[in-house]
Design a protein around this ligand. Structure first.
Ligand code: SF4
Ligand code: SF4
Length: 476
């Protein structure tokens, strides 16, 4: 039996709720602007219209799952062009690597949805319950009418934001005005209601209750980012060589022998992650810069230079400790690693733009029928059969003419057609069986394999594509 003295201590520590204090400053202003821009883009985008003609949807950004297409303003991506989406994802990844290697977790601090929505939820919380001290008091007080009323108002507003978030998401997948009307009438597809419910619940919980715990315990990015950062990455740091030994402000100002830190806790009180940056770099720090604003405000008040907490690289820390000036920001930004990421990012971007401009409005897919590889007709003509699929990516019906070229004479015929022209409806795929024939005794009929090229040209002659394949003859 274990005695109480020898009982192992629990390693579990209950979460301390975080009540970030309001702060003013350059980084807070930047975060407000970024919040407005990112939320604005998210909520407004599905309502933007883009005229693509009568046959196509007029929603500027639409993930059309039913017809398996993605519309982005003038660009339309078909399933077989998924490499565009893959390219964009690669660019997003490289962009994240670039920003992280240059300026640490700027994504986490300024643009990550978890950060943006949590910031919005804290704004609502502060509006309903007051700033940090009032919220702390409310948290500690027993449930009474005031606490109940404030909590209900706050949760109702959070739910409305969650609902708007989930609602906006489903509008990306179908015509937004139509879906909005159907949702209100109760006639939308059950998947739409389920998606809205799930996203409302997750936004409510992640932004309202889990907050910093999502970043610390659930998100893999803090762990991955270490591989992209080095001693030249600019990140947030406390100039401990300037601030220590810390001590409370006395009537005469900072006491003789003390550093600039007056231990006012302003940097800790504004931190949305509930950490003390004076303890050094921490996994939980999302580099949001709010502690810089808080400390700068304090330095202004006590008449000390700003920048006790600031953006700083490890190399600068070493230099400053030696009494030297830090390197210029540009030297931190332009270095081999960031130039490499920028080059790769640009290369993928240029390749995507070139591919976008080079792609044809017609797609053709040719599958030779190989069972049998050829047939011999009663008059000795050798015939090969091909299954051809034409995809008209334009907004109008187009007539396409098929032809064949080869080093040896061959002829083309379309099954069930009098000539070699077919009409394909707008945005439609047309499958047709094509016969290529070589007359008896001709080189193509009597050799094993002859290279041929199938051409598809639209009636106006503006678009022409080909597909290379093989004609099988009888051999020697
Ligand atoms: S320590 Fe500073 S930069 Fe890091 S999360 Fe807290 S307030 Fe933001
Ligand atoms: S805000 Fe500045 S002065 Fe106040 S505790 Fe933090 S580092 Fe020290």
């Amino acid at each position: 039996m274990t005695s109480p003295d020898t009982e192992p201590q629990s390693l579990y520590a209950a979460r301390e709720p975080v009540f970030p204090k309001r702060v003013k400053g350059a980084f807070r202003t930047l975060k407000w602007w970024l919040m407005a821009v990112t939320l604005g883009i998210y909520y407004i985008t599905p309502w933007l219209r883009w005229d693509r003609g009568p046959q196509l949807p007029d929603q500027a950004v639409l993930i059309d799952m039913a017809n398996r297409r993605f519309f982005f303003f003038m660009i339309e991506i078909w399933p077989h062009e998924f490499y565009f989406v893959a390219g964009l994802l690669i660019m997003a990844g490289l962009g994240l690597f670039l920003f992280t290697s240059a300026a640490g977790r700027v994504w986490c601090g300024y643009a990550c949805p978890q950060t943006v929505w949590t910031d919005l939820y804290i704004l609502v919380e502060r509006w309903v319950e007051g700033d940090r001290n009032a919220r702390l008091r409310l948290h500690r007080q027993k449930w009474d009418f005031e606490k109940f009323r404030k909590r209900m108002v706050k949760w109702a507003l959070w739910l409305l934001i969650g609902l708007a978030t989930g609602g906006a998401w489903v509008f990306y997948f179908t015509d937004a005005p139509t879906l909005a009307a159907n949702l209100l009438a109760g006639t939308a597809h059950p998947i739409a209601y389920t998606t809205i419910f799930v996203l409302t619940a997750t936004t409510f919980l992640f932004g309202g209750f889990f907050r910093e715990q999502v970043c610390i315990y659930a998100c893999p990015w803090p762990r991955i980012q270490a591989a992209m950062m080095d001693e030249d990455t600019i990140t947030i740091a406390y100039r401990e060589w300037r601030g220590e030994p810390r001590g409370k402000l006395s009537k005469g100002g900072v006491a003789a022998g003390n550093g600039d830190c007056i231990d006012c806790m302003a940097c800790v009180n504004v931190c949305p992650m509930g950490i003390d940056i004076r303890n050094g770099q921490q996994l939980a720090c999302i580099t949001c810069g709010l502690c810089i604003d808080a400390c700068n405000e304090m330095m202004d008040k006590i008449g000390r230079p700003r920048g006790l907490i600031g953006y700083l690289a490890l190399t600068d820390e070493t230099r400053e400790r030696e009494g030297k000036d830090p390197k210029s920001v540009w030297k931190h930004i332009f270095r081999v690693r960031t130039i490499l990421y920028t080059t790769l990012w640009s290369a993928v971007g240029i390749a995507l733009v070139v591919a976008l401009f080079l792609r044809s409005p017609i797609d053709v897919n040719v599958s030779p029928v190989r069972n049998p590889t050829f047939v011999t007709l009663s008059d000795g003509t050798v015939r090969n059969t091909y299954d051809v699929r034409l995809r008209n990516k334009q907004g109008d019906t187009v007539a396409y003419t098929l032809s064949v070229t080869s080093g040896a004479p061959v002829a083309i015929r379309l099954e069930g057609e009098d000539d070699t022209t077919v009409e394909v409806g707008a945005q439609e795929t047309y499958a047709i069986r094509v016969y290529v024939e070589a007359a008896p005794g001709t080189p193509a009929a009597s050799t094993d394999r002859t290279d041929i090229r199938l051409w598809i040209e639209d009636a106006s002659g503006t678009s022409r594509v080909y597909h290379d394949t093989v004609f099988n003859g009888k051999g020697q």
